[in-house]
Design a protein around this ligand. Structure first.
Ligand SMILES: Cc1cc2nc3c(=O)[nH]c(=O)nc-3n(C[C@H](O)[C@H](O)[C@H](O)COP(=O)(O)OP(=O)(O)OC[C@H]3O[C@@H](n4cnc5c(N)ncnc54)[C@H](O)[C@@H]3O)c2cc1C
Length: 367
């Protein structure tokens, strides 16, 4: 299959205008992905009753957009985000990474494959926020300090604005004028397979594009992800592509405005885990919207190990590795990897230490 023909669902098709007029609310959440749904849920639980969640996609488009995903999320992230779901497809017990065909290194983890769109529906349904269909087109700050968001279905004026509008965030563009360091277009396809509780990553030559993952999915199926244009989709397989932004923005807050999830570039550059980051940052953004401590939110994003800039530094270093480096780095970690093995590998191969550490931390706290 020609991958240039792979459907990209980041586009703006499918919007429709519901008419004009100006609405008002205290908190406006733009986007109802993991970050927006988590923010809406937390706002409700904190008793904030005057909330609008703005979503550009129809229900069917939303389901499709959010099904383009490996759907793996760690127990740690779910716990910290205060989210539970009845839509778990499978438990995850380990991550395996195979570098350039060498025997895989295996790390024990705890997490799940979730039915992401059903989980989002569950979260949004449990929140008391008003859900408005429309696409944010532009944002401006009014002289009184409020925000006016021009949408495809009229304007919305709010005291507090949460930008949870993903990789191509309009809130980020208009309020902050920044963007994450990278936008990697990734294809996800669902193929028949024997799913187990393992998230598998393959790195190095021999893997088209140098990177691929295979995750368990529903009954009898696996979800496979790889960079767009590199790798192939079996004829007839369900598939789609989206951008994953990584390398977080310089600043995720202004007075009255907060960025969460992909809008802030919070996904992990090593494992591309972004659901947990979105759930957690959505929750924290909601708390800041209620308390008014916007700066505190910014400080939390800067300090939290999940979003450490060291991940991106290590990733830049990793990209310079030769195939021989990859092979050499893989050797000491084959089999069950643990802290002790990792420390020995770092001591013996100090030039790989940053990447070893970032991988380890990524698998522990980055998803
Ligand atoms: C192929 C692929 C596989 C992935 N697999 C995993 C995985 O297994 N585990 C993991 O943790 N992460 C994974 N990720 C990353 C994860 O999907 C993202 O990091 C996560 O979705 C970010 O959530 P979010 O709510 O910030 O943004 P999004 O999920 O992008 O949600 C943004 C929402 O905002 C809406 N929106 C956008 N613009 C506007 C607008 N202008 N007006 C109104 N609404 C708007 C969108 O329609 C969407 O509903 C994967 C990503 C890709 C591309």
């Amino acid at each position: 299959m020609n991958l240039d023909a792979v459907v990209f669902v980041d586009g703006t098709d499918g919007f429709h205008s519901d008419g004009g007029g100006t609405s008002r609310c205290r908190v406006l959440v733009v986007g109802s992905g993991p970050a927006g749904a988590s923010a809406a849920l937390r706002l409700s639980r904190l008793g904030e009753g005057d909330v609008i969640v703005l979503e550009r996609l129809s229900e069917a488009q939303h389901r499709r957009y959010h099904s383009i995903c490996g759907e793996a999320v760690s127990d740690r992230a779910m716990r910290l985000a205060g989210v539970s779901t009845s839509h778990v497809l499978r438990r995850v017990s380990s991550i395996e990474i195979s570098m350039r065909g060498s025997p895989p290194a295996r790390v024990k983890v705890r997490g799940s494959i979730v039915d992401r769109s059903a989980m989002l529906e569950e979260m949004l349904g449990a929140s008391s926020a008003r859900r408005v269909k429309g696409a944010a087109r532009s944002v401006r700050r009014l002289p009184e300090g409020e925000f006016e968001v021009e949408t495809s279905s009229g304007a919305i004026v709010c005291d507090v604005l949460i930008g949870a509008d993903g990789a191509h965030s309009v809130v980020r563009r208009d309020v902050f004028g920044t963007r994450p360091e990278r936008l990697d277009p990734i294809v996800n396809t669902v193929v028949p397979g024997k799913p187990d509780g393992v998230l598998r990553f393959f790195v190095g030559d021999g893997v088209p594009g140098g990177y691929r993952w295979e995750f368990p999915s529903g009954e009898g199926s696996m979800s496979v992800g790889f960079p767009k244009g590199l790798g192939s989709v079996p004829e007839g397989a369900e598939h789609g592509a989206r951008n994953i932004p990584t390398g977080r923005v310089p600043k995720a807050w202004e007075d009255g405005c907060l960025l969460a999830g992909d809008a802030a570039g919070l996904a992990n550059p090593f494992c591309y885990g972004g659901i947990g980051a979105a759930l957690l940052s959505g929750r924290k953004a909601a708390e800041a919207a209620v308390s008014g401590d916007y700066k505190g939110y910014g400080g939390w994003v800067d300090r939290d190990v999940m979003f450490s800039r060291r991940f991106m530094e290590a990733h830049r270093q990793f990209e310079k590795w030769t195939e021989e480096d990859i092979e050499d780095a893989a050797k000491p970690l084959a089999g069950n990897a643990n802290i002790f093995k990792g420390l020995v590998a770092m001591a013996r191969r100090p030039k790989f230490a940053k990447v070893y550490l970032a991988c380890w931390m990524g698998f522990r706290v980055g998803w």
